[in-house]
Write a protein that binds this ligand. Structure first.
Ligand code: FPP
Length: 222
């Protein structure tokens, strides 16, 4: 969801206003995904590197997130949507952690769509963490090195029970991945959209899905 800051700057507004407008896009895109029958929607809302931003911006983002969670808690459940958070959740403020824990527990059996929020998320950290846990299990003797397969590795990631994404959309025209789901996007189709995230709305999502539908996925085969 890139480009909130530039969207605000282009309008002479503080960056936090860009994030506020970005949260509107989140609401619209979520509903559009639900309408399309998307089973998993993962939003990269806060990266491990975003902790290096000014405190005021981090506070504004966490407050937006808390409001979003308060506002959506009931609706997610009514719409049969499950919420899941991935990332170093323990680094988030207690108020956000409590909301996430409560809503995740409350919606855990919902099965129409899973909304995955990547928060304090970094892919290299996720992969390193998985390697560490597998090494610990090997030292403890509960797995042997020849049992370490790609499937076993994937089960040690935050996304253990989430399928790999079919489509990755990045807004603002940047041609990079920025430490997002590096393992999981090995065969994902990528759509880069020039619009800034706050301008990305339902029609843009439909266009990206249409683009995806016209691709021929080969997963490395012919
Ligand atoms: C990247 O744009 C965006 C973020 C770091 C935050 C994304 C957060 C939201 C859209 C709102 C809150 C989230 C939810 C789930 C309600 P940037 O700030 O890096 O933009 P720039 O590259 O133009 O500076």
């Amino acid at each position: 969801m890139d480009g909130n800051g530039r969207w605000a700057k282009q309008r002479g507004l503080p960056r936090a206003e860009g994030h506020r407008a970005g949260a509107e896009s989140v609401r619209e895109v979520m509903n559009a995904c639900k309408e399309l029958g998307v089973k998993y929607l993962t939003l990269y809302a806060f990266s491990s590197e975003n902790w290096n931003r000014p405190e005021a911006e981090i506070d504004a983002l966490m407050t937006l997130l808390d409001h979003f969670l308060d506002e959506k808690a009931e609706e997610l459940d009514k719409q049969n949507v499950r919420l899941q958070a991935i990332g170093q959740i323990e680094r988030l403020p207690a108020s956000t952690r409590e909301r996430l824990a409560r809503i995740q527990e409350h919606t855990k059996d919902n099965d129409s769509m899973t909304l995955v929020l990547a928060l304090s998320y970094g892919s290299r950290e996720e992969i390193t963490n998985a390697a560490r846990r597998i090494a610990e299990a090997a030292i403890a003797g509960t797995i042997s090195p020849d049992e370490i397969t790609t499937d076993l590795f994937a089960r040690h990631l935050y996304t253990a029970d989430i399928p790999d994404p079919d489509l990755l959309i990045r807004t603002s025209g940047e041609m990079r991945i920025s430490n997002f789901l590096l393992w999981q996007i090995s065969y994902s189709e990528i759509v880069i959209v020039k619009k800034m995230w706050p301008d990305f709305r339902q029609g843009d999502l439909f266009a990206a899905v249409e683009d995806y539908n016209n691709r021929h996925r080969r997963f490395g085969a012919l």
